[in-house]
Write a protein of this length. Structure first.
Length: 226
């Protein structure tokens, strides 16, 4: 019967791991990045449209510096309510290795024309390359009726000729909740991560062609151009 249920749902949920077991609060999510087959949603729930897909970076070298877990609660990636009678209780969704997950997601920029590699940019003013260090500020998934929703925030600190420039990139994900399984929560987090990486890649692509495309944040020192 379970196999028949999976076959029935497969046509409308190609991205969802139908064989994933039901949610297990004692088991951390795998935190393995797999890019969604379909493009991330172009509309945030109750928000403005996200950035258009970045143009291919044409073999721009992307140097991946240090990646840190900067979340306020590094132990979890969301919460799920159980029970149909008051009071309801909440189970936390345990987090796996988010640094590895973020690294895998940034490596996926290869599909956009980047050449990602670990290390720091050789020269701040060198062309066709960009370097950044990263922090994962948020990775959270939750149930919203018949759907699962997620929000991911990546912080990137770029190295530019005028000094470091820091930006935050938000990503949202939404999928149908068929099984309430660990794999589905991982899928919706991957959808949000893909959205955040896409937004990051837009700025990274600009810096590959113009090292001063992003102005330093207000209050940051600007290096002399003399």
């Amino acid at each position: 019967m379970k196999a028949l249920h999976c076959l029935t749902m497969a046509a409308g949920a190609a991205l969802l791991p139908c064989l994933a077991h039901a949610f297990d609060a004692a088991e951390p999510l795998s935190m393995v990045y797999m890019a969604p087959v379909a493009s991330p949603s172009t509309q945030r729930p109750n928000g403005p449209p996200v950035a258009d897909a970045p143009q291919p970076a044409r073999n721009c070298a992307l140097y991946l510096g240090k990646i840190e877990d900067l979340r306020s609660n590094p132990a979890t990636v969301g919460a799920l309510m159980f029970g149909i009678h008051a009071p309801m209780y909440v189970e936390s969704i345990r987090s796996g290795d988010v640094v590895k997950w973020t690294h895998q997601a940034l490596e996926s920029t290869r599909a956009l024309g980047f050449q990602p590699q670990d290390g720091v940019v050789a020269a701040p003013d060198a062309g066709n390359q960009v370097g950044a260090s990263f922090g994962l500020r948020l990775a959270h998934a939750w149930s919203a009726g018949l759907n699962l929703v997620s929000h991911v925030v990546i912080q990137a600190s770029f190295q530019t000729p005028d000094g470091p420039v820091t930006r935050r990139y938000h990503g949202m994900g939404t999928i149908g909740n068929w099984n309430n399984g660990n794999g589905e929560y991982m899928s919706v987090l991957n959808a949000a991560m893909a959205n955040a990486v896409q937004n990051f890649a837009t700025d990274a692509g600009k810096l590959c062609t113009d090292r001063r495309a992003l102005a330093p944040a207000p209050g940051q020192p600007v290096a002399s151009t003399n």
